[in-house]
Design a protein around this ligand. Structure first.
Ligand SMILES: NC(=O)c1ccc[n+]([C@@H]2O[C@H](COP(=O)([O-])OP(=O)(O)OC[C@H]3O[C@@H](n4cnc5c(N)ncnc54)[C@H](OP(=O)(O)O)[C@@H]3O)[C@@H](O)[C@H]2O)c1
Length: 306
């Protein structure tokens, strides 16, 4: 049975989430680049897969994730307008109130739109009149504090049940504390055993900010999935390495957001509530840390390409 976690504004959130990034999304930037190679690839891609087929498979996979037990959905306006998510919700026959829908204001939207415009597009696409959690995607220098103020207005108007941030270091959070009387309910950051971020997690926990982990299974990085330690623990509990890592997050008080569009792997990823890692096993997995960030550092990245 999965747990619910109480947020600092007294609403609850499921303790694990699915982040169904659209498969095309990763290649989108390349395809949009309009180089001769990109044009050729796009033509081949469309011919081979067919956009509608990719979308139908996507809707089916997201609907299945809800049915498999993932109530928390992690989305962002940078992944699309949410209309495929809306179709997946309908297909799943799960009631809106039984889901916890999250979306984020993308970096592009922070620069080019109002938060209201961006959120309204998402709500329309998802076929709902509120999200459970609204976050900004990155603390885009020169924009995120204004984005946060705009998010507060929408929260007060009831368009979202909680407000959060993503990719914030301690100094970003301190900036928000100085300029706002609302403390983010969530900080979504990269965490996995190769990059444990213990100090930032502790800081968030001290300030009553719930931490969510993205890239929670390190995108199946070889340095993680080949570890004899994880193989041994997995064997002991008759679980997979991914299940051990997801369980480690939960016992650390962190909400893992994991991506899978594969039905079998979705069931695998949610089946982690029938065993408990010992303190020694938790400490051993903690010690795998090599401070290896796989995604971007918010203090050292080009926000315009994220
Ligand atoms: N806030 C941010 O800036 C930010 C940044 C990155 C990601 N995110 C969020 O976090 C989500 C997940 O992060 P991520 O996509 O970086 O990486 P991830 O969840 O660590 O890894 C996803 C990869 O692992 C595979 N996988 C999932 N479960 C598996 C299992 N049980 N066994 C074997 N392979 C498995 C998936 O393939 P299959 O689909 O084939 O199973 C996929 O290729 C994203 O979708 C997004 O919602 C947020």
């Amino acid at each position: 049975m999965q747990k619910e976690i109480l947020l600092n504004n007294n609403i609850t959130i499921p303790c694990i989430g699915n982040g169904p990034m659209i498969p095309e999304y990763n290649t989108n930037k390349f395809l949009k680049s309009n180089t001769p190679v990109a044009k050729l690839t796009k033509r081949a891609y469309n011919k081979f897969y067919g956009r509608h087929k990719v979308e139908a498979n996507y809707i089916d996979a997201v609907a299945h994730s809800f049915q498999a037990g993932f109530k928390l959905l992690d989305y962002s306006s940078s992944y699309g307008d949410g209309s495929l998510i809306g179709k997946a919700i309908k297909k799943s026959h799960i009631e809106r109130k039984d889901l916890f829908l999250t979306t984020r204001i993308s970096n592009k939207a922070q620069r080019e739109k109002t938060v209201r415009e961006c959120l309204m597009e998402q709500l329309k696409g998802m076929g709902t009149d509120y999200v459970d959690l609204l976050m900004f995607h990155w603390p885009v220098t020169g924009y995120h504090l204004d984005t946060w103020q705009q998010m507060i207005k929408l929260y007060k108007e009831g368009y979202c049940r909680a407000l959060g941030v993503a990719n914030c270091h301690q100094h970003h959070l301190e900036e928000i504390f100085k300029t706002s009387d609302i403390i983010p309910a969530i900080n979504q950051i990269e965490i996995h055993p190769l990059f444990t971020q213990k100090a930032l997690i502790a800081y968030c926990q001290e300030h009553n900010i719930q931490v969510e982990a993205y890239t929670a299974i390190a995108r199946m990085d070889d340095r993680l999935v080949r570890l004899p330690l994880l193989k041994e623990i997995a064997r002991k509990y008759n679980k997979t390495i991914v299940q051990i890592v997801l369980r480690w997050h939960i016992q650390n008080g962190v909400i893992p957001v994991v991506r899978s569009l594969n039905k079998g792997r979705q069931i695998e990823n949610i089946s982690i509530f029938d065993f408990v890692l010992t303190d020694q096993e938790m400490a051993a997995i903690d010690s795998v840390n090599i401070n290896s960030r796989l995604r971007y550092d918010p203090d050292n990245c080009d926000f315009s390409i994220l």
